[in-house]
Ligand binder design. Structure first.
Ligand code: GLU
Length: 434
Protein backbone atom coordinates (compact mmCIF):
# COMPACT_ATOMS: atom_id res chain seq x y z
CA UNK A 1 0.00 0.00 0.00
CA UNK A 2 1.27 3.44 -0.90
CA UNK A 3 1.39 6.03 1.85
CA UNK A 4 -0.76 9.00 0.89
CA UNK A 5 -0.79 10.59 4.34
CA UNK A 6 1.42 13.43 3.16
CA UNK A 7 -0.54 13.90 -0.05
CA UNK A 8 -2.50 17.07 0.69
CA UNK A 9 -2.38 19.54 -2.22
CA UNK A 10 -5.22 21.65 -0.77
CA UNK A 11 -3.43 21.93 2.57
CA UNK A 12 -0.29 22.82 0.60
CA UNK A 13 -2.22 25.56 -1.18
CA UNK A 14 -3.32 27.03 2.19
CA UNK A 15 0.29 26.75 3.39
CA UNK A 16 1.51 28.69 0.35
CA UNK A 17 -1.05 31.42 0.93
CA UNK A 18 -0.11 31.54 4.60
CA UNK A 19 3.58 31.98 3.83
CA UNK A 20 2.70 34.71 1.34
CA UNK A 21 1.00 36.84 4.03
CA UNK A 22 2.55 35.82 7.35
CA UNK A 23 5.16 38.57 6.87
CA UNK A 24 2.52 41.31 6.64
CA UNK A 25 2.76 43.05 9.98
CA UNK A 26 0.30 45.90 9.60
CA UNK A 27 -2.45 46.47 12.14
CA UNK A 28 -2.74 45.52 15.77
CA UNK A 29 -5.05 43.40 17.92
CA UNK A 30 -8.25 45.07 19.22
CA UNK A 31 -7.65 46.85 22.49
CA UNK A 32 -11.04 48.32 23.37
CA UNK A 33 -11.81 44.96 24.98
CA UNK A 34 -8.74 44.70 27.28
CA UNK A 35 -8.53 40.90 27.19
CA UNK A 36 -8.25 40.88 23.37
CA UNK A 37 -5.18 43.12 23.37
CA UNK A 38 -2.99 40.33 24.79
CA UNK A 39 -3.45 38.14 21.68
CA UNK A 40 -0.26 36.99 19.93
CA UNK A 41 0.00 39.09 16.73
CA UNK A 42 2.10 36.44 14.96
CA UNK A 43 -0.57 33.76 14.92
CA UNK A 44 -2.13 32.98 11.53
CA UNK A 45 -4.39 29.94 11.12
CA UNK A 46 -6.30 28.91 8.00
CA UNK A 47 -8.85 26.16 7.40
CA UNK A 48 -11.02 25.16 4.48
CA UNK A 49 -13.97 22.79 4.87
CA UNK A 50 -15.48 21.32 1.72
CA UNK A 51 -19.14 20.40 1.35
CA UNK A 52 -18.00 16.77 1.10
CA UNK A 53 -16.93 17.00 4.75
CA UNK A 54 -13.14 17.17 4.51
CA UNK A 55 -11.11 19.85 6.30
CA UNK A 56 -7.73 21.19 5.15
CA UNK A 57 -5.55 23.35 7.38
CA UNK A 58 -2.44 25.49 7.63
CA UNK A 59 -0.73 27.34 10.48
CA UNK A 60 -2.36 27.76 13.88
CA UNK A 61 -5.70 26.39 12.73
CA UNK A 62 -6.50 24.82 16.12
CA UNK A 63 -5.74 27.90 18.26
CA UNK A 64 -8.78 29.09 20.19
CA UNK A 65 -10.06 32.66 20.16
CA UNK A 66 -13.42 34.35 20.71
CA UNK A 67 -15.91 34.37 17.87
CA UNK A 68 -17.06 37.98 18.47
CA UNK A 69 -19.10 39.34 15.56
CA UNK A 70 -18.88 36.09 13.57
CA UNK A 71 -21.62 34.90 15.93
CA UNK A 72 -23.97 37.49 14.41
CA UNK A 73 -24.99 35.68 11.19
CA UNK A 74 -25.66 32.45 13.10
CA UNK A 75 -27.75 34.16 15.78
CA UNK A 76 -29.57 35.98 12.97
CA UNK A 77 -30.36 32.57 11.45
CA UNK A 78 -31.73 31.40 14.80
CA UNK A 79 -33.87 34.53 15.18
CA UNK A 80 -35.24 34.03 11.65
CA UNK A 81 -36.21 30.48 12.60
CA UNK A 82 -37.70 31.60 15.93
CA UNK A 83 -39.82 34.57 14.87
CA UNK A 84 -39.88 34.34 11.04
CA UNK A 85 -38.46 36.69 8.41
CA UNK A 86 -41.20 39.33 8.77
CA UNK A 87 -41.00 39.35 12.54
CA UNK A 88 -37.24 39.92 12.38
CA UNK A 89 -37.48 42.52 9.61
CA UNK A 90 -39.92 44.56 11.67
CA UNK A 91 -37.18 44.98 14.27
CA UNK A 92 -33.88 44.86 12.30
CA UNK A 93 -33.32 46.12 8.74
CA UNK A 94 -31.26 44.57 5.94
CA UNK A 95 -29.59 47.73 4.61
CA UNK A 96 -25.82 48.18 4.59
CA UNK A 97 -25.08 51.01 6.99
CA UNK A 98 -21.71 52.06 5.58
CA UNK A 99 -20.82 52.90 9.14
CA UNK A 100 -18.56 51.41 11.76
CA UNK A 101 -19.69 48.24 13.55
CA UNK A 102 -20.41 50.12 16.76
CA UNK A 103 -21.98 53.20 15.17
CA UNK A 104 -24.78 54.87 17.07
CA UNK A 105 -27.23 55.28 14.21
CA UNK A 106 -30.81 54.05 13.98
CA UNK A 107 -33.47 54.45 11.32
CA UNK A 108 -35.24 57.77 11.86
CA UNK A 109 -38.83 57.25 12.94
CA UNK A 110 -38.67 53.54 13.81
CA UNK A 111 -35.41 53.40 15.74
CA UNK A 112 -34.66 50.17 13.84
CA UNK A 113 -30.96 49.30 13.51
CA UNK A 114 -29.72 49.13 9.89
CA UNK A 115 -28.84 45.43 9.77
CA UNK A 116 -28.01 42.45 12.03
CA UNK A 117 -24.25 42.60 11.35
CA UNK A 118 -23.64 45.89 13.20
CA UNK A 119 -23.71 45.80 16.99
CA UNK A 120 -27.07 47.57 17.38
CA UNK A 121 -28.74 45.09 15.03
CA UNK A 122 -27.04 42.12 16.63
CA UNK A 123 -28.19 43.19 20.10
CA UNK A 124 -31.81 43.35 18.90
CA UNK A 125 -31.36 40.01 17.10
CA UNK A 126 -30.17 38.35 20.33
CA UNK A 127 -33.21 39.72 22.15
CA UNK A 128 -35.49 37.93 19.66
CA UNK A 129 -34.19 34.44 20.50
CA UNK A 130 -36.84 32.34 22.23
CA UNK A 131 -36.35 31.26 25.85
CA UNK A 132 -37.95 31.75 29.24
CA UNK A 133 -35.00 33.68 30.61
CA UNK A 134 -31.62 35.05 29.47
CA UNK A 135 -29.78 31.86 30.47
CA UNK A 136 -32.09 29.75 28.32
CA UNK A 137 -31.77 32.15 25.39
CA UNK A 138 -27.99 32.04 25.60
CA UNK A 139 -27.98 28.26 25.85
CA UNK A 140 -30.04 28.01 22.66
CA UNK A 141 -27.50 30.29 20.94
CA UNK A 142 -24.54 28.26 22.20
CA UNK A 143 -26.17 25.01 21.10
CA UNK A 144 -26.95 26.37 17.64
CA UNK A 145 -23.38 27.57 17.07
CA UNK A 146 -22.10 24.23 18.38
CA UNK A 147 -24.23 22.30 15.89
CA UNK A 148 -22.85 24.42 13.06
CA UNK A 149 -19.29 23.75 14.28
CA UNK A 150 -19.95 20.06 14.91
CA UNK A 151 -18.61 20.18 18.47
CA UNK A 152 -19.63 21.58 21.85
CA UNK A 153 -18.42 25.20 22.08
CA UNK A 154 -17.62 26.91 25.40
CA UNK A 155 -17.40 30.50 26.63
CA UNK A 156 -14.06 32.20 27.32
CA UNK A 157 -14.93 33.55 30.76
CA UNK A 158 -12.00 36.01 30.85
CA UNK A 159 -13.04 37.68 27.60
CA UNK A 160 -16.68 37.66 28.73
CA UNK A 161 -15.79 39.45 31.99
CA UNK A 162 -13.51 41.88 30.17
CA UNK A 163 -16.21 42.69 27.63
CA UNK A 164 -19.02 42.96 30.20
CA UNK A 165 -16.82 45.23 32.30
CA UNK A 166 -16.10 47.65 29.47
CA UNK A 167 -19.08 47.35 27.11
CA UNK A 168 -20.73 50.67 27.91
CA UNK A 169 -21.00 51.71 24.30
CA UNK A 170 -23.10 48.61 23.59
CA UNK A 171 -25.20 49.36 26.68
CA UNK A 172 -25.68 52.92 25.42
CA UNK A 173 -26.84 51.58 22.05
CA UNK A 174 -29.28 49.26 23.79
CA UNK A 175 -30.72 52.06 25.94
CA UNK A 176 -31.23 54.22 22.86
CA UNK A 177 -33.02 51.38 21.09
CA UNK A 178 -35.16 50.70 24.12
CA UNK A 179 -36.09 54.35 24.22
CA UNK A 180 -36.96 54.21 20.49
CA UNK A 181 -39.01 51.05 20.96
CA UNK A 182 -36.91 48.76 18.73
CA UNK A 183 -35.66 46.88 21.79
CA UNK A 184 -38.26 45.71 24.26
CA UNK A 185 -36.27 43.45 26.61
CA UNK A 186 -34.37 44.83 29.64
CA UNK A 187 -31.01 46.27 28.57
CA UNK A 188 -28.76 44.46 31.06
CA UNK A 189 -30.30 41.09 30.24
CA UNK A 190 -29.94 41.53 26.50
CA UNK A 191 -26.38 42.84 26.47
CA UNK A 192 -25.34 40.05 28.83
CA UNK A 193 -26.54 37.43 26.32
CA UNK A 194 -24.80 39.39 23.56
CA UNK A 195 -21.48 39.62 25.46
CA UNK A 196 -21.62 35.88 26.14
CA UNK A 197 -22.36 35.03 22.53
CA UNK A 198 -19.35 37.13 21.44
CA UNK A 199 -17.15 35.29 23.98
CA UNK A 200 -17.77 31.80 22.59
CA UNK A 201 -14.45 30.14 21.78
CA UNK A 202 -13.69 28.75 18.35
CA UNK A 203 -10.72 27.80 16.16
CA UNK A 204 -10.17 28.46 12.45
CA UNK A 205 -11.28 24.86 11.87
CA UNK A 206 -14.54 25.46 13.77
CA UNK A 207 -15.14 28.60 11.71
CA UNK A 208 -14.46 26.74 8.45
CA UNK A 209 -16.99 24.04 9.37
CA UNK A 210 -19.54 26.70 10.40
CA UNK A 211 -18.97 28.49 7.08
CA UNK A 212 -19.21 25.18 5.20
CA UNK A 213 -22.57 24.56 6.91
CA UNK A 214 -23.77 27.78 5.27
CA UNK A 215 -22.14 26.78 1.96
CA UNK A 216 -23.91 23.44 2.17
CA UNK A 217 -27.45 24.81 2.45
CA UNK A 218 -27.53 24.59 6.25
CA UNK A 219 -26.40 20.97 6.57
CA UNK A 220 -23.20 20.54 8.58
CA UNK A 221 -21.01 18.57 6.13
CA UNK A 222 -19.09 16.87 8.98
CA UNK A 223 -22.04 15.62 11.03
CA UNK A 224 -24.71 15.52 8.32
CA UNK A 225 -27.08 17.39 10.62
CA UNK A 226 -29.53 19.84 9.02
CA UNK A 227 -28.99 22.84 11.29
CA UNK A 228 -30.44 25.76 9.30
CA UNK A 229 -33.34 25.85 6.85
CA UNK A 230 -32.05 26.50 3.28
CA UNK A 231 -34.28 29.56 2.79
CA UNK A 232 -32.83 31.08 5.97
CA UNK A 233 -29.29 30.31 4.78
CA UNK A 234 -30.02 32.30 1.63
CA UNK A 235 -31.13 35.34 3.61
CA UNK A 236 -28.17 35.10 6.00
CA UNK A 237 -25.66 34.82 3.15
CA UNK A 238 -27.23 37.79 1.40
CA UNK A 239 -26.92 39.99 4.46
CA UNK A 240 -23.34 38.76 5.01
CA UNK A 241 -22.51 39.68 1.40
CA UNK A 242 -23.80 43.23 1.75
CA UNK A 243 -23.07 44.02 5.41
CA UNK A 244 -20.63 41.43 6.78
CA UNK A 245 -17.37 43.36 6.69
CA UNK A 246 -18.37 46.52 8.58
CA UNK A 247 -17.76 49.69 6.57
CA UNK A 248 -15.48 47.73 4.19
CA UNK A 249 -18.42 45.62 2.95
CA UNK A 250 -18.78 47.31 -0.46
CA UNK A 251 -15.09 47.13 -1.34
CA UNK A 252 -14.94 43.57 -0.02
CA UNK A 253 -17.80 42.50 -2.30
CA UNK A 254 -16.03 44.07 -5.28
CA UNK A 255 -12.62 42.59 -4.50
CA UNK A 256 -13.43 39.19 -2.95
CA UNK A 257 -17.05 38.71 -3.99
CA UNK A 258 -18.09 36.26 -1.25
CA UNK A 259 -20.45 36.42 1.72
CA UNK A 260 -18.24 36.88 4.77
CA UNK A 261 -18.15 37.98 8.39
CA UNK A 262 -15.27 39.16 10.49
CA UNK A 263 -14.86 39.54 14.24
CA UNK A 264 -12.66 41.84 16.32
CA UNK A 265 -10.66 38.96 17.84
CA UNK A 266 -9.20 38.46 14.34
CA UNK A 267 -11.45 35.71 12.98
CA UNK A 268 -13.06 35.70 9.55
CA UNK A 269 -15.37 33.37 7.65
CA UNK A 270 -16.04 33.42 3.92
CA UNK A 271 -18.53 31.20 2.12
CA UNK A 272 -18.36 29.91 -1.43
CA UNK A 273 -21.91 28.58 -1.88
CA UNK A 274 -22.06 24.88 -2.84
CA UNK A 275 -18.25 24.67 -2.68
CA UNK A 276 -16.75 25.26 0.76
CA UNK A 277 -16.32 27.51 3.76
CA UNK A 278 -13.07 29.04 4.95
CA UNK A 279 -12.14 30.07 8.47
CA UNK A 280 -9.15 32.31 9.16
CA UNK A 281 -7.62 33.72 12.29
CA UNK A 282 -4.97 36.38 12.79
CA UNK A 283 -5.39 39.01 15.54
CA UNK A 284 -3.94 42.23 14.03
CA UNK A 285 -6.82 44.37 12.69
CA UNK A 286 -6.98 47.21 10.20
CA UNK A 287 -8.65 50.53 10.96
CA UNK A 288 -12.10 49.08 10.18
CA UNK A 289 -11.71 46.14 12.55
CA UNK A 290 -10.98 43.41 9.98
CA UNK A 291 -8.03 41.02 10.32
CA UNK A 292 -5.32 42.28 7.95
CA UNK A 293 -3.87 38.87 7.05
CA UNK A 294 -7.27 37.15 6.88
CA UNK A 295 -8.55 39.76 4.42
CA UNK A 296 -5.42 39.46 2.24
CA UNK A 297 -5.53 35.65 2.28
CA UNK A 298 -9.26 35.55 1.44
CA UNK A 299 -8.64 37.80 -1.49
CA UNK A 300 -5.89 35.51 -2.77
CA UNK A 301 -8.02 32.38 -2.32
CA UNK A 302 -10.96 33.99 -4.11
CA UNK A 303 -8.78 35.14 -7.01
CA UNK A 304 -6.93 31.87 -7.42
CA UNK A 305 -10.08 29.76 -7.34
CA UNK A 306 -12.20 32.28 -9.33
CA UNK A 307 -14.77 32.37 -6.54
CA UNK A 308 -16.24 35.84 -7.06
CA UNK A 309 -20.04 35.48 -7.03
CA UNK A 310 -20.38 37.61 -10.16
CA UNK A 311 -17.77 35.62 -12.04
CA UNK A 312 -19.20 34.79 -15.45
CA UNK A 313 -19.03 31.05 -15.71
CA UNK A 314 -21.66 28.70 -16.94
CA UNK A 315 -21.78 26.15 -14.17
CA UNK A 316 -22.63 22.76 -15.56
CA UNK A 317 -23.16 20.07 -13.01
CA UNK A 318 -22.39 17.30 -12.62
CA UNK A 319 -18.93 17.48 -14.05
CA UNK A 320 -18.42 13.74 -13.95
CA UNK A 321 -20.44 12.05 -16.66
CA UNK A 322 -18.94 8.63 -16.18
CA UNK A 323 -17.23 7.34 -13.08
CA UNK A 324 -14.04 5.33 -13.54
CA UNK A 325 -15.02 1.84 -14.61
CA UNK A 326 -12.36 -0.53 -15.87
CA UNK A 327 -12.81 -1.35 -19.55
CA UNK A 328 -12.66 -4.92 -20.76
CA UNK A 329 -9.22 -6.44 -20.43
CA UNK A 330 -7.21 -5.51 -23.47
CA UNK A 331 -6.28 -8.27 -25.88
CA UNK A 332 -3.07 -9.90 -24.92
CA UNK A 333 -2.94 -8.13 -21.56
CA UNK A 334 -5.40 -10.11 -19.44
CA UNK A 335 -4.42 -8.42 -16.19
CA UNK A 336 -4.14 -4.96 -17.58
CA UNK A 337 -7.10 -2.71 -17.14
CA UNK A 338 -7.75 0.81 -18.29
CA UNK A 339 -10.48 2.99 -16.81
CA UNK A 340 -12.15 5.78 -18.73
CA UNK A 341 -13.40 8.91 -16.97
CA UNK A 342 -15.37 11.51 -18.88
CA UNK A 343 -15.54 15.04 -17.51
CA UNK A 344 -17.82 17.81 -18.67
CA UNK A 345 -18.56 21.49 -18.06
CA UNK A 346 -16.51 23.90 -16.02
CA UNK A 347 -13.93 22.08 -13.93
CA UNK A 348 -13.55 23.89 -10.65
CA UNK A 349 -12.52 23.20 -7.10
CA UNK A 350 -15.14 20.59 -6.06
CA UNK A 351 -14.23 18.35 -9.01
CA UNK A 352 -10.55 18.50 -8.13
CA UNK A 353 -11.39 17.87 -4.48
CA UNK A 354 -13.52 14.84 -5.38
CA UNK A 355 -10.64 13.50 -7.43
CA UNK A 356 -8.25 14.01 -4.49
CA UNK A 357 -10.61 12.21 -2.16
CA UNK A 358 -10.96 9.39 -4.68
CA UNK A 359 -7.16 9.08 -4.72
CA UNK A 360 -7.15 8.62 -0.98
CA UNK A 361 -9.80 5.95 -1.26
CA UNK A 362 -7.89 4.14 -3.96
CA UNK A 363 -4.75 3.95 -1.86
CA UNK A 364 -5.79 0.52 -0.63
CA UNK A 365 -7.15 -0.69 -3.94
CA UNK A 366 -5.15 -3.73 -4.97
CA UNK A 367 -7.22 -4.06 -8.13
CA UNK A 368 -6.12 -0.70 -9.37
CA UNK A 369 -6.08 -0.22 -13.16
CA UNK A 370 -2.82 0.33 -15.01
CA UNK A 371 -4.19 3.28 -16.86
CA UNK A 372 -6.77 6.01 -16.64
CA UNK A 373 -8.06 7.83 -19.70
CA UNK A 374 -9.61 11.19 -18.84
CA UNK A 375 -11.82 12.44 -21.64
CA UNK A 376 -11.85 16.25 -21.61
CA UNK A 377 -13.73 16.79 -24.87
CA UNK A 378 -16.82 18.09 -23.11
CA UNK A 379 -14.96 20.29 -20.66
CA UNK A 380 -15.70 23.95 -21.42
CA UNK A 381 -13.10 25.48 -19.10
CA UNK A 382 -10.78 24.47 -16.33
CA UNK A 383 -9.93 26.72 -13.39
CA UNK A 384 -6.10 26.97 -13.38
CA UNK A 385 -5.78 26.05 -9.73
CA UNK A 386 -8.18 23.12 -10.08
CA UNK A 387 -5.95 21.99 -12.97
CA UNK A 388 -2.88 22.18 -10.72
CA UNK A 389 -4.61 20.03 -8.11
CA UNK A 390 -5.65 17.51 -10.77
CA UNK A 391 -2.05 17.43 -12.01
CA UNK A 392 -1.01 16.53 -8.45
CA UNK A 393 -3.52 13.67 -8.59
CA UNK A 394 -2.09 12.52 -11.93
CA UNK A 395 1.43 12.53 -10.50
CA UNK A 396 0.30 10.59 -7.46
CA UNK A 397 -1.31 8.00 -9.73
CA UNK A 398 1.95 7.82 -11.65
CA UNK A 399 3.81 6.91 -8.44
CA UNK A 400 1.46 3.95 -8.10
CA UNK A 401 2.19 2.83 -11.63
CA UNK A 402 -1.14 4.09 -12.94
CA UNK A 403 -0.59 6.15 -16.08
CA UNK A 404 -3.10 8.90 -16.68
CA UNK A 405 -3.63 10.28 -20.18
CA UNK A 406 -6.14 12.81 -21.45
CA UNK A 407 -8.25 13.03 -24.57
CA UNK A 408 -8.94 16.38 -26.19
CA UNK A 409 -9.84 16.81 -29.84
CA UNK A 410 -8.98 20.49 -29.57
CA UNK A 411 -5.55 19.78 -28.06
CA UNK A 412 -5.98 22.39 -25.32
CA UNK A 413 -3.54 20.66 -22.93
CA UNK A 414 -5.73 21.50 -19.94
CA UNK A 415 -3.84 19.08 -17.69
CA UNK A 416 -0.11 19.53 -18.01
CA UNK A 417 0.90 16.35 -16.19
CA UNK A 418 -0.73 13.94 -18.65
CA UNK A 419 0.00 12.98 -22.25
CA UNK A 420 -2.84 14.06 -24.49
CA UNK A 421 -4.50 12.13 -27.35
CA UNK A 422 -7.06 13.28 -29.91
CA UNK A 423 -9.47 10.34 -29.40
CA UNK A 424 -10.32 7.76 -26.73
CA UNK A 425 -9.30 4.99 -29.16
CA UNK A 426 -5.88 6.55 -29.65
CA UNK A 427 -5.50 6.82 -25.89
CA UNK A 428 -6.49 3.19 -25.35
CA UNK A 429 -4.10 2.12 -28.11
CA UNK A 430 -1.32 3.82 -26.15
CA UNK A 431 -1.82 1.25 -23.38
CA UNK A 432 -2.13 -1.57 -25.89
CA UNK A 433 1.31 -1.08 -27.36
CA UNK A 434 3.94 -3.03 -25.43
N1 GLU B 1 -18.23 41.99 21.13
C1 GLU B 1 -17.77 42.97 20.21
C2 GLU B 1 -18.47 44.28 20.45
O1 GLU B 1 -19.66 44.30 20.60
C3 GLU B 1 -18.02 42.45 18.84
C4 GLU B 1 -17.57 43.39 17.82
C5 GLU B 1 -17.04 42.71 16.62
O2 GLU B 1 -16.52 41.61 16.62
O3 GLU B 1 -17.18 43.38 15.59
O4 GLU B 1 -17.86 45.31 20.51
Amino acid sequence: MVDVSSFDPIGDLLETIRSEFIGVDDGSPADYIPELSVADPNVFGLALAGVAGSVYVAGESADQFTIQSISKPFVYALALADVGPEGVLARVGVEPSGEAFNAISLEPGTGRPANPMVNAGAIVTSSLIRGNNPAERFERIREMLSRCAGRDLAVDEDVYRSEAGTGDRNRALAYLMRHAGSLTAPVEEVVDVYFRQCSIQVSAVDLAVMAATLANGGVNPRTGEAVIDPSIVEQVLTVMATCGMYDYSGEWLVRVGLPAKSGVAGGLIAVSPSQFGIGLFSPPLDARGNSVRAVAASRAISEQLSLHLMHQVRRTAPSFTRLPAPTAALDGHPNDRVAVLELQGYIEFPVAEQALLAVNLRATDAERPIGLVVDLNHVTRCNPLAATLLDDVIEQFGKWGVTVVTVDQRARHLLAAAAEFPTVDAALAHFDSP
